[in-house]
Design a protein around this ligand. Structure first.
Ligand SMILES: Cc1cc2nc3c(=O)[nH]c(=O)nc-3n(C[C@H](O)[C@H](O)[C@H](O)COP(=O)(O)OP(=O)(O)OC[C@H]3O[C@@H](n4cnc5c(N)ncnc54)[C@H](O)[C@@H]3O)c2cc1C
Length: 517
């Protein structure tokens, strides 16, 4: 391949761009990520990583590194509470303990790790897997034709421009997504919620934390509302401020940025800490809390992923996690089409499967913002909350590439107790006799799982591998009876299931449908 061509060009080398690059590399497809910043994230931003994200990192061989890194900064048992101030009264508990109630559903756990600690690990893994990442380079123009996309790249140091050819482009270029604008894709949703700030600071708050090993502490008092994330020493962290003043129904309350001086920032910090002590502001970042989703996720050969596809307020920790799931859904499809293993129509399933979930996630993040930060603004447009676990491992997808069963009820999320391996859901975690998880079987090829029994046929069509698994608890978890089989995609989603006996022809047809062949 000429050195100005690449199968996939990724615009953006942050959380989602790097995850996409690592996953493409895992599937054997080279990519080029271009990032205008000099390196990976400089601010902590995302900190709460969900089960499904950790499952993906496990698949990439990163779980241990991420868990070890996480412990350097956070307790593994933190929770999410609300306080008047760090020194003041405790007002409520949103999440008692990060991993409470999730045991048994996954081979991994939720973690708190800052984005600026996670991204270098992702970048390193992407490079190990053959991806190319270039910094201080901006994608400034893009033109598509029937065979590919021509992207103009500008070197931000020299100003030189050159054209690059790619078969597909992933726009992981963040919430303002210049690519989305260029493609004319609009946003839907709730608009701008507040002109928020994040104050990064150092102050010795250890004593105020007492025995509270919290990952996130919401602050509610007449002067401000937002949240703290402090490291386990209690000496470093940040304070997000979403609103100022006692009356949050006033529009001025949601503009924290206007008139901000260092003195005012210090006053906010002192109020939120609740007592005076030596404190140093390291940096202040301005950002807009929004709750919106892109009305389309694809224009020709260009796909939106991450914040480019959906922007949420940080409440609930959905932003980065949802973007990482976009990458998981898209990367194997791009790889399969590029390698000629799948038909190009498979790429239509990305929007069909992810867009309804993108909207659902934005609505749920808005619900958490509205109820935790500005409850006085009322419940207009606020959907009832769905438990986090359902949004992590209970989501249901539909597309031409998923063979839904008769009587599909159309629901988008299920309680863990209702998850039984139905097509369109994440294939359940079951511990195998060798101690591994069923999830450890997924990630590369399609996998056929069969229930062990008399004369069970362990045949798999070309392009898939087969595993025969002992009855309990696999049969119940996957909704199978004697002779039953299930077909799991490389992203760990069930594409098809035959609850009872299934023949080779049926399986072959199911795989062809799942690959749009
Ligand atoms: C205070 C705060 C707390 C948060 N907490 C959480 C949390 O707990 N959990 C969670 O999951 N999420 C959280 N988030 C959200 C999370 O940070 C984002 O969802 C995540 O960064 C999105 O990743 P991304 O790669 O899609 O976009 P970004 O991180 O915005 O990266 C886009 C990248 O594209 C680059 N770029 C843009 N245009 C171009 C171009 N033309 N050429 C080259 N490069 C370009 C940009 O420089 C940027 O680096 C939080 C956010 C904030 C602000």
């Amino acid at each position: 391949m000429p050195d100005d061509e690449v199968p996939v060009l990724i615009v953006g080398g942050s959380l989602v761009g790097l995850t996409t690059a690592a996953l493409l590399g895992h599937h054997g497809v080279p990519s080029l990520s271009v990032e205008r910043h000099a390196g990976t994230a400089i601010h902590p931003r995302a900190g709460h990583f969900q089960l499904r994200t950790m499952e993906l990192l496990r698949q990439l061989g990163l779980e241990d590194r991420v868990r070890t890194k996480s412990l350097e900064t956070y307790s593994p048992t933190g929770g999410i509470i609300a306080v008047e101030s760090l020194a003041g009264r405790e007002l409520g508990v949103y999440v008692k303990e990060l991993n409470e109630g999730v045991e048994g559903f996954s081979p991994t756990v939720r973690v708190f790790i800052n984005q600026d600690a996670l991204e270098p690990l992702l970048r390193e893994r992407a490079l190990e897997l053959g991806a190319t990442v270039v910094n201080r380079t901006e994608a400034v123009a893009l033109e598509q034709d029937d065979d590919g996309v021509t992207v103009t790249l500008r070197d931000l140091d020299s100003g030189d421009e050159r054209e690059f050819r790619a078969r597909y482009v992933v726009a992981a270029d963040g919430n303002r997504s210049p690519m989305r604008g260029r493609l004319g894709i609009g946003m839907r949703g709730y608009g701008q919620l507040s002109r928020s700030i994040t104050i990064y600071f150092r102050a010795d708050c250890a004593e105020l934390l007492r025995d509270r090993n919290q990952g996130v502490m919401y602050v509610h008092n007449p002067e401000l509302r937002g949240f703290f994330r402090l490291d386990r020493t209690g000496g470093n962290g940040f304070l997000v401020i979403n609103t100022v003043g006692a009356d949050v129904t006033q529009d001025s309350a949601i503009d924290v940025q206007s008139g901000l001086t260092e003195e005012r920032a210090l006053k906010f910090l002192r109020t939120a800490i609740g007592t005076d002590m030596p404190m140093e502001i390291v940096d202040v970042a301005n950002w807009q809390a929004e709750a919106n989703w892109a009305e389309r996720l694809r224009e020709g050969r260009v796909f939106l992923a991450g914040d480019a596809a959906h922007v949420v307020p940080p409440n609930g920790g959905f932003g980065g996690n949802t973007g990482v799931q976009d990458a998981l859904n898209l990367a194997w499809k791009l790889a399969a089409v590029i390698k000629g293993d799948a038909g190009p129509a498979l790429l239509d399933s990305y929007e069909a499967e992810r867009l309804p979930l993108s909207r659902l996630t934005v609505q749920q993040a808005y619900t958490r913002y509205a109820t935790r930060v500005v409850p006085e603004r009322g419940t207009d447009g606020v959907e009832p909350p769905i438990p986090d676990i359902e949004l992590e491992i209970g989501l249901v997808m539909r597309s031409e590439a998923i063979l839904s069963e008769n009587g599909d009820d159309g629901v988008l999320h299920l309680q863990p107790s209702a998850l039984d391996g139905r097509p369109g859901t994440r294939a359940p975690h079951v511990v195998l006799t060798d101690g591994r998880s069923t999830l450890d079987l997924f990630g590369s090829q399609f996998v056929v799982l069969r229930l062990a029994g008399d004369a069970v046929d362990d045949w798999a069509p070309p392009g898939a591998t087969s595993h025969v698994i002992e009855a309990e608890p696999f049969a119940e978890a996957y909704g199978l009876s004697a002779g039953g089989a299930t077909l799991v995609r490389p992203d760990g989603v069930v594409a098809w299931r035959a609850r009872g006996a299934a023949g080779r022809d049926e399986l072959t047809r199911a795989l062809a449908t799942a690959l749009a062949l």
